[in-house]
Ligand binder design. Structure first.
Ligand code: FES
Length: 100
């Protein structure tokens, strides 16, 4: 994590929920801090419960082999439990909901 880096904005579609996504935190962690629930289970990139489409932006992974095939990655599928944003991102997570 680069200290002092400004947080990115993450937007969840189709709900339109927005939250600050800090570099160095996973998208799942940042969403939870903002009161937004995304589907998840293992939280370590294995079970694929959290799989969703990245509509815009870029992510990097904290683990070397997230449970995604090369084809899935190419099609824009990501695992937000182990993905950190690189700049602003927009995700398609129909089952997401906000506590607020
Ligand atoms: S919660 Fe299991 S892969 Fe993301």
């Amino acid at each position: 994590m680069s200290a002092g880096a400004p947080p990115s904005t993450a937007q969840i579609e189709p709900g339109g929920f927005r939250f600050e996504a800090e570099a160095g935190r996973t998208l799942l962690q940042s969403a939870e801090s903002a009161g937004i629930e995304l589907p998840s289970s293992c939280r370590n990139g294995t079970c694929r419960s959290c799989i969703c489409r990245l509509l815009d932006g870029e992510v990097r992974y904290r683990i070397e082999w997230p449970g995604l095939s090369r084809e899935e990655k190419a099609e824009g599928w990501i695992l937000p439990c182990v993905a950190e944003p690189v700049g602003d991102v927009r995700l398609d997570v129909p089952l997401a909901f906000s506590h607020f």
